[in-house]
Design a protein around this ligand. Structure first.
Ligand code: GL7
Length: 837
């Protein structure tokens, strides 16, 4: 219960609210004070970590003021709010980003220097907040950045995993091994605010009973359940060039009662803390699967825990405004980031009918006007299905509600499509398998007012394939496209200071940082030789920075003048890192055959890989082993005069991406057509003036349309040809491309790591030969090699390359997360920015 202060006391408070100052003297004073009072250290026992923490606290204090200003404005203006529900937020580091947003980096640099430290060293102390797997989680982070920058009243909701995505080690044998990422180390996390006053109970298991409510009506009631507590932690998300600050509220599970006193008194200490451990385990770890659903019970519990706490919080806030339930959809929009939070649909329905006493139809009308759903994949193995018996056990009341949602939906559907039982089976939320399964994507479609895909091709594919039957019923308007975007703040302004400065100098202001379309002005400088020189020098400096990193961390020497060819992303068969390394082997074998003279003509290449495999994904782990094995051989072969180097960068994460992305000449986005919903690293590379080699897939297509087809290397089977080829290969065998044949033979004959290692790669090679080559590596190989030849030829023409590189950046305005977030706000959320004083 909030206390309403009398006017004198209120004035007293306000008179003591002093905005933090960003002049050097004030910053230094604050850092020293934080070092003493928060970190409890003194000049005689300082180190980089301690000073980083103190500095971070001073920045957090500044953000807090903006945070409070924003919350107060939202409170006063009471606008419609949007909640972005995502099981993943791949935020990365916070300090550098916050300093830029506060426009205080230069003064902090000087302050820290005066105090005897180096800001860049302090920045390195921060652990990445890696609460996500890959593109989906990073997208959520980019959208939070944009929403804050644009002053939208949008909050993210997620889980505060104690262990983020695992740390990847490449062991001495070249295999991936995993270590836990205990990112919340003992030093505490300055970027979160524990809200010990914001706690909700969440239940699991139990049974359903009927009860008579106050009005004398009979209602279902979920009884006898286990309970845990969800506690809120707020993570401030600074916006750029605004006084506002956004928020991500992350839930952490806590035991309801810390102790079972009965067991404690009996001397059974272990049992008395068992409950506590059980409850805390719920949000311990992030499931490390990208585009893959495993169906584990703990994961289902995480999902429900997440939506239950978030909805309780949303409803609590709504009730505070004394509005009626019928107004809920005018005040609240909820975006479901993939199907992971889909249980929010039956959960809100349950709250409305069982607890709030609404009738089914009124409740369902509210539900379907609140939720919208983003689909991020069409890969069958990624689509979430939960076994009915499991859901019945953990969420007995929700299972009933899902059955009812399905029943009412099918009844209506049947009226339109009479006597088509097959079709009813196909659209049913319950799959009639053994055991039955709940198809979460269908539940999300039925319970949402709008469904969107994340790039033009992907949004077409969900209409024509994944949800084609639903279109026949709902019509096409419910299904829209919103092409993904990335934040230019982190992915250019912060990660690439030299390019940022060159762009700002050329355009005459920093307006482009929040109006990315302005980059198109660069087009008129594309042919200016002096400008090209400056532009390519920036690229070179960024390559030197990466080469230094590689030397320091991996002890591999690479020449910054070589062509840097990069593929960094999660390791997945559909992303075809396998095809890439096979082409590297082809290149290697070719170099061996060249004469001295021919070698002089060849463009030296550094092929860089990075990315994590899911710990249980055998084929992906073999691909890593193949890459590291090839790297071993190639990098130690003096006879090829450094014409080729292969580097595997371990533990790829957001912070490493910030160094890698600006350093690419060429990056690869070579998924089998129709499999990569969008991709977002493609956007980051092109924004930084890197050319891309890509398939006709995901956002590659729109990138091509924006920057011009002549500025991108595209190749490969088109998505509408894939099914036919797969069919043919399945029944008539895979025709192995002759060049691919040579490469496979080289592996099998032990050229990489000897015979024993060759046998390890047997199963991998079999995925092509006997396995039907599902991802069409052989079918695309010739075109792929041909595209590489075009790359080599163009790289020798330094002027044309520079020109294309400039045109790449110049054409990327569309891919800002600001544009994407505005589209969500206008087309889905019906949301307006707040005004900040
Ligand atoms: C993904 C897609 O695979 C990726 O192409 C897309 O860019 C991203 C964000 O929309 O979503 N879908 C998915 O399940 N993961 C992704 O990265 C893990």
């Amino acid at each position: 219960k909030h206390i309403k202060l009398p006017a004198p006391a209120l004035n007293e408070w306000k008179s003591h609210l002093e905005p933090k100052k960003n002049d050097i003297e004030s910053i230094k004073k604050d850092i020293v004070q934080q070092t003493l009072e928060t970190v409890c250290r003194n000049p005689y026992n300082l180190d980089n970590l301690a000073v980083y923490q103190a500095t971070a606290h001073t920045v957090r204090d500044r953000l807090l003021q903006d945070w409070n200003l924003t919350q107060e404005a939202i409170h006063d203006q009471n606008p419609k709010r949007c909640y972005y529900l995502s099981m993943e937020f791949l935020i990365g580091r916070a300090l550098d980003n916050a300093l830029y947003c506060l426009q205080a980096k230069d003064n902090y640099k000087q302050s820290v220097k005066d105090l005897g430290f180096n800001l860049e060293d302090l920045l390195e102390q921060e652990r990445d907040a890696a609460l996500g797997n890959g593109g989906l989680g990073r997208l959520a982070a980019c959208y939070m950045d944009a929403a804050a920058t644009l002053d939208y009243p949008t909050w993210g909701y997620g889980l505060r995993y104690q262990y983020g995505i695992f740390k990847q080690i490449i062991n001495s044998e070249g295999y991936q091994t995993e270590m836990p990422d205990y990112w919340l180390n003992s030093n505490g996390n300055p970027w979160e605010f524990p809200r010990s006053d914001i706690k909700y109970e969440v239940q699991f298991y139990g049974y359903v009973a009927t009860k008579v409510n106050e009005k004398g009506e009979s209602r279902m009631s979920w009884e006898g359940a286990d309970r845990v507590q969800a506690m809120a932690y707020d993570v401030p998300i600074p916006g750029f060039g605004t006084k506002g600050c956004g928020n991500i509220r992350l839930w952490s599970s806590k035991p309801l009662k810390t102790f079972d006193f009965a067991s404690f008194n009996d001397g059974d200490y272990e049992r008395s803390v068992a409950d506590q451990t059980k409850a805390e385990n719920l949000t311990s770890v992030l499931y490390p699967n990208d585009n893959h659903n495993v169906g584990k019970e703990l994961r289902l519990k995480q999902e429900y825990f997440f939506v239950s706490a978030s909805l309780q919080d949303i409803i609590h806030r709504f009730k505070h405004t004394n509005s009626a339930w019928k107004d809920f959809p005018d005040k609240v929009a909820v975006q479901l980031n993939d199907t992971h939070p889909t249980l929010a649909i039956p959960e809100l329905q349950r709250i409305l009918i069982d607890i709030e006493g609404l009738e089914w139809d009124d409740a369902w009308d509210i539900v379907t006007r609140v939720f919208a759903f983003t689909n991020h994949t069409v890969l069958p193995e990624a689509l979430e299905c939960w076994s009915v018996p499991m859901m019945e056990k953990i969420l007995p009341r929700h299972m009933q509600i899902v059955y009812d949602i399905n029943l009412f939906f099918l009844q209506k559907f049947e009226k339109v499509f009479q006597n088509d039982r097959d079709m009813l089976n196909r659209v049913s939320i319950i799959e009639e398998s053994n055991p039955q399964q709940v198809r979460m994507a269908y539940l999300a479609v039925v319970g949402s007012h709008t469904v969107n895909g994340v790039a033009a091709l992907h949004s077409e594919l969900i209409k024509t394939e994944l949800f084609s039957e639903f279109i026949k019923y709902y019509g096409p308007d419910k299904f829209i496209n919103i092409t993904n975007g990335i934040t230019p703040r982190r992915w250019l302004y912060q990660a690439n200071p030299m390019l940022r400065n060159l762009i700002t100098e050329t355009l005459g202001s920093e307006k482009w940082v929040t109006h990315l379309d302005e980059l198109k002005v660069l087009k008129k400088h594309a042919e200016d030789t002096a400008f090209q020189k400056k532009w390519m020098n920036v690229k070179l400096q960024n390559k030197i920075r990466l080469a230094d990193w590689i030397k320091r961390n991996l002890d591999i020497t690479v020449d910054p003048h070589a062509l840097f060819d990069i593929q960094v992303k999660r390791i997945h068969e559909y992303k075809r890192q396998f095809m890439n390394i096979l082409s590297v082997i082809y290149r290697y074998k070719n170099i061996q055959l060249l004469s001295e003279q021919e070698r002089k003509d060849l463009v030296p290449r550094v092929v860089i890989f990075g990315g994590k495999s899911a710990p249980g994904y055998y084929v992906a782990k073999m691909v890593i082993k193949l890459i590291t094995t090839v790297a071993q051989v190639v990098n130690n072969d003096d006879s090829i005069n450094d014409l080729l180097k292969v580097v595997y960068i371990p533990d790829y994460n957001v912070s490493l991406a910030e160094i890698i992305v600006p350093a690419s000449d060429l990056s690869q986005h070579i998924s089998t057509a129709g499999t990569e919903a969008s991709g977002t690293s493609n956007m980051k590379f092109v924004l930084n003036g890197g050319l891309i080699l890509g398939t006709v897939d995901g956002a590659n297509i729109e990138i091509r349309d924006e920057i011009g087809a002549e500025n991108i290397f595209m190749f490969g089977t088109l998505s509408d040809q894939v099914a036919d080829i797969r069919h043919r290969q399945k029944y008539h065998g895979v025709p192995i491309d002759p060049n691919l044949q040579v490469v496979l033979h080289a592996i099998q004959s032990g050229e990489f790591g000897g015979f024993e290692t060759a046998s390890v790669f047997g199963p991998l090679i079999n995925t092509l030969t006997y396995g039907g080559d599902y991802y069409l590596i052989s079918a695309d190989f010739e075109q792929y090699l041909d595209a590489h030849d075009r790359v080599d030829a163009l790289f020798k023409d330094t002027t044309t390359w520079a020109q294309k590189s400039i045109l790449c950046t110049a054409g990327m305005g569309f891919f800002s997360s600001d544009r994407a977030t505005r589209e969500y706000a206008d087309k889905i959320w019906n949301l307006k920015p707040i005004t900040l004083k």
